[in-house]
Ligand binder design. Structure first.
Ligand SMILES: NC(=O)c1ccc[n+]([C@@H]2O[C@H](COP(=O)([O-])OP(=O)(O)OC[C@H]3O[C@@H](n4cnc5c(N)ncnc54)[C@H](OP(=O)(O)O)[C@@H]3O)[C@@H](O)[C@H]2O)c1
Length: 265
């Protein structure tokens, strides 16, 4: 049998050299890690979030670490902001090749106490925002005619319910199905790969309390985690790079778990 894989392909399959990536939620635990991961893999990154101060500070930090970095303040649930963000990336670096949606929001509440406004805020922040980002990023990528990658952060909570999570679980479940539908719309026609990453618990400002090894929440989680620990932001980066790189060119419409084996037992 002769070798049927080219060495140069394997050597470069995870490289993002020369690519331009937008990362939303870039001031968050996962978005920050993804932005650094993409940058250290050769991409030029456009960081986005709603709060300017943290965003500017993180852009300066990445820039100082040698990553070509720009930032743009935007609310991903606001259509004009999203259009402007895509345009900014294209104006700044010439084109757009990768969109990593890493923003998110939750305000858990029992449905009986939750107001319709609160429900809508979660749906806008976690679901409509992904629609808008995908729509305008894909339009730009289609215009360029070189394909592209949409890497969407969903949640393991898209696959099961939880008390107080009616909004969040529904929004993330919607994101998973959106990813499948987007693959049908965008992959054959425009060469755009669309996949989601579905994490369990990763360390962030909001989840830090769950890392208390004495807490019942931590102990209960560990019972279902063969990997033996909760996630650190760096654990998220490999899958995010893979789904943005040529290594994943055969994959689209997938919801990939980043869970430490949560679904195994
Ligand atoms: N960490 C986990 O354990 C975990 C588990 C499952 C799923 N996830 C998902 O992973 C993604 C990132 O989570 P993370 O842990 O990195 O979160 P994080 O550290 O809390 O950061 C959240 C990011 O999203 C932005 N954001 C906050 N509220 C927003 C809103 N209402 N609309 C738009 N953007 C908003 C924040 O910046 P601004 O407020 O300045 O916009 C920030 O950049 C989210 O989609 C989350 O649902 C996380």
């Amino acid at each position: 049998m002769s070798i049927n894989v080219e060495k140069s392909f394997v050597e470069n399959m995870f490289s993002l050299d020369g690519k331009v990536a937008i990362v939303t939620g870039a001031t968050g635990a996962l978005g920050g890690a993804v932005a650094a991961g993409y940058g250290f893999s050769g991409a030029k990154v456009v960081l986005s979030a709603r709060g300017e101060e943290k965003l500017k500070a993180y852009a300066e930090e990445l820039d100082a670490a040698g990553v070509a970095t720009a930032f743009f303040v935007a609310d991903p649930a606001d259509e004009k902001d999203v259009k402007d963000l895509i345009q900014f990336a294209a104006n700044t670096y010439g084109e757009l090749n990768i969109l990593a949606a890493c923003h998110g929001f939750n305000a858990p509440k029992n449905i009986i106490e939750q107001t319709t406004e609160e429900w809508k805020k979660i749906m806008d922040a976690d679901c409509t925002s992904v629609y808008l980002l995908a729509k305008y990023a894909a339009a730009r990528m289609a215009e360029q005619g070189k394909g592209g990658k949409l890497v969407i952060t969903s949640s393991a909570r898209s696959k099961m319910g939880m008390a107080g999570y009616t909004g969040y679980c529904t929004a993330k479940g919607g994101v998973d199905l959106m990813v499948q539908s987007l693959a049908c719309d965008l992959t054959t026609k425009c060469g755009i790969g669309v996949n989601s990453i579905n994490p369990t618990v990763f360390r962030s400002d909001l989840t830090e309390w769950m890392f208390d090894k004495e807490s019942e929440v931590y102990k209960n989680f560990l019972k279902r985690l063969p990997v033996g620990r909760l996630g650190e932001p760096a654990d998220f980066v490999g899958l995010a790079i893979f789904l943005a790189s040529p290594a994943s060119d055969f994959l689209t419409g997938g919801n990939y778990d980043a869970t430490g084996g949560y679904w195994a037992c």
